[in-house]
Design a protein around this ligand. Structure first.
Ligand SMILES: O=C(O)c1ccccc1N[C@@H]1O[C@H](COP(=O)(O)O)[C@@H](O)[C@H]1O
Length: 191
């Protein structure tokens, strides 16, 4: 390691329209998430999810987000990373959980997420700062609390959905810009 600090990885999740992906790319987000579990209020059915993924691919890292591996089957070949709330034997796995991962070394990313898109923030346990690898913190983050979370835990990245919306699945370019600026505020880029 050179000791040089990398900017915090920032993902925006629950995008439902091509324009929202364009905003994420223009603003400089590292990754976008397309939600493919029918249990979500931001659900994109397979045809829409594939269209969105194809629109984004090569411009930004694309995540398919679901509760189970099975829910990602239709879109998995069109995305870079599969983010699910159970383990699976796949190379591009982002495991999301509110509990410590058993095999962090097998993961591309570990998402500490106790919210699953609810937008509710709760105190983050100290063990999150000890998990090795690419740890991304999610769950009720917004432009007002994200800098403190980055400063306290020094995660690889952060993820947001609810707080950059005006309604479920309806992202606001202004809110997305404000969140990104707060996440990468000078002196807070600690990965
Ligand atoms: O966004 C959803 O609807 C969703 C549904 C099921 C699983 C995960 C979901 N989103 C993920 O939730 C977190 C945090 O979201 P929020 O900022 O609290 O609204 C994030 O990791 C999304 O990827």
């Amino acid at each position: 390691m050179s000791g040089q600090r990398q900017p915090t990885f920032v993902k925006v999740c629950g995008l439902t329209q091509e324009q929202q992906i364009d905003w994420a790319v223009e603003l400089g987000y590292d990754a976008v998430g397309i939600v493919v579990t029918p249990k979500s209020k931001r659900y994109c059915p397979p045809e829409r999810a594939v269209a969105l993924a194809d629109h984004a691919r090569g411009r930004v890292t694309v995540f398919a987000v679901a509760l189970t591996h099975a829910e990602t089957a239709a879109v998995a070949g069109h995305v870079d990373i599969v983010q699910i709330y159970e383990t699976a034997d796949i190379p591009n796995l982002a495991l999301a959980s509110g509990a410590p991962p058993e095999k962090p070394e097998a993961l591309r990313y570990f998402f500490y997420d106790a919210s699953a898109g609810s937008g509710v923030f709760a105190d983050i346990p100290d063990w999150v700062g000890e998990v090795p690898g690419n740890v991304v913190i999610a769950g009720g983050l917004d432009e007002h609390n994200v800098a403190d979370v980055v400063e306290k835990f020094g995660p690889y990245g952060v993820d947001v959905s609810s707080s950059v919306e005006t309604a479920p699945g309806v992202k606001s370019r202004e809110k997305m810009a404000a969140f990104l600026a707060a996440a990468r505020a000078p002196g807070r880029n600690s990965r």
